[in-house]
Design a protein around this ligand. Structure first.
Ligand SMILES: Cc1ncc(COP(=O)(O)O)c(C=O)c1O
Length: 337
């Protein structure tokens, strides 16, 4: 019963820069996005707009569309650079007194561009709106400072750099200053103040706990703990150091082995602006990915022509990263024959 908040606190402490009592493990990212977006716009009922990046991950956009339709709000689309991602000035130019909520990814799922969380959150707060960050591609690979940046809300999954396995549960963060102010839209018995009172009316638990709806995903939460042991033993700053070293190696290998074959770099060149993955582009990316998968090398294909190399620092060696790039080169050379 306590694992959702205990594990949430642990993720908050070791990966998110979040003090205890603000992070919860539950549901999927999609469901938690719904709960937090819906709660945020209900708390800002006088405002009429949600701002979201037009290339944000599909589920974020789809949930925002649904919440906007449900509440009669306008969904405003934010354009950004496809490689270098969203900037504080992009956001500052798009928000206004009408904005209730801004939803962005900290690390872009395609390019790996890393957004400036502190400056963007400030720009959003300047107009009195709330900021929700999607941390799916940040958690466990890059140090995040939710409390220090004054972030209102965040969600993330645990099946990327937390290696929780397919279908492992997600997490939600809500800054303590909002507790009790943003109404949970999926009121369930497990988020009630007294779960076994079997009362006649819903009386929510205090704090982040009320954002639990049904029975917690205990098996998925247990499986995740081994990875947190590793992250805590290494320290998230050391994880980031290894991550930067891996992506730098991949970018160097790209320049030497792939650029001459007409492959494009679709991720930022500057490591300070990049998360933990590198995406490369080629018109034959779909065929190449199929060949790689058949050979036991497993990158992601991202429509229309991207191959995403996901480098999990605590389980991927430099030699494996290089082998991955050379496997792409070999698959391209074979495809050209
Ligand atoms: C950035 C981002 N947001 C949201 C999701 C959706 O997560 P879930 O399947 O847990 O709802 C994903 C899944 O890969 C993702 O990469």
């Amino acid at each position: 019963m306590e694992l959702p908040t205990k594990l949430g606190d642990r993720i908050g402490h070791s990966c998110l820069g979040a003090a205890a009592g603000q992070t919860l493990v539950a549901d999927s990212t999609t469901v938690l996005l719904y709960k937090l977006m819906r709660a945020a716009v209900a708390a800002h009922a006088e405002r009429t707009e949600i701002l979201i990046e037009e290339t944000n991950f599909p589920t974020d956009r789809f949930v925002a569309e649904g919440v906007a339709a449900e509440r009669g709000l306008t969904l405003r689309w934010l354009a950004s650079d496809p490689v270098n991602g969203v900037t504080p000035s992009d956001v500052a130019a798009a928000v206004s007194e009408d904005t209730a909520l801004v939803v962005l990814s900290h690390v872009d799922y395609r390019s790996g561009a890393l957004a400036d969380m502190a400056a963007i959150t400030d720009a959003v707060h300047k107009v009195g709106a709330l900021m929700l960050w999607d941390l799916c591609h940040s958690v466990g690979v890059i140090p995040v400072q939710l409390d220090a940046c004054g972030v209102d809300l965040a969600v993330g999954c645990t099946y990327k750099y937390l290696n929780g396995g397919p279908g492992s549960p997600a997490f939600a963060y809500m800054n303590a200053r909002h507790h009790g102010m943003l109404p949970q839209p999926i009121q369930g018995w497990m988020g009630a103040g007294d779960v076994f009172a079997m009362g006649s009316a819903y009386a929510p638990a205090d704090g982040i706990r009320q954002f639990i709806s049904g029975t917690p995903p205990v098996l998925g939460m247990l499986a995740m703990q081994g990875m947190l042991d590793l992250i805590e033993a290494a320290g998230i700053d050391e994880v980031r150091t290894k991550s930067v070293s891996l992506t730098e190696l991949v970018v160097r290998a790209f320049d030497e082995e792939l650029a001459p074959l007409g492959v494009r770099l679709l991720s930022p060149r500057d490591a300070a602006l990049r998360g933990g993955h590198v995406t490369i582009g080629h018109e034959r990316a779909a065929d190449v990915t199929r060949t790689l998968w058949a050979d036991g090398v497993i990158p992601d294909f991202r429509f229309p022509d991207g191959i995403r190399l996901g480098l999990s620092p605590l389980s991927t060696s430099h030699a494996e990263a290089l082998k991955g790039v050379r496997a792409v080169r070999d698959a391209l050379l074979t495809a050209a024959e």
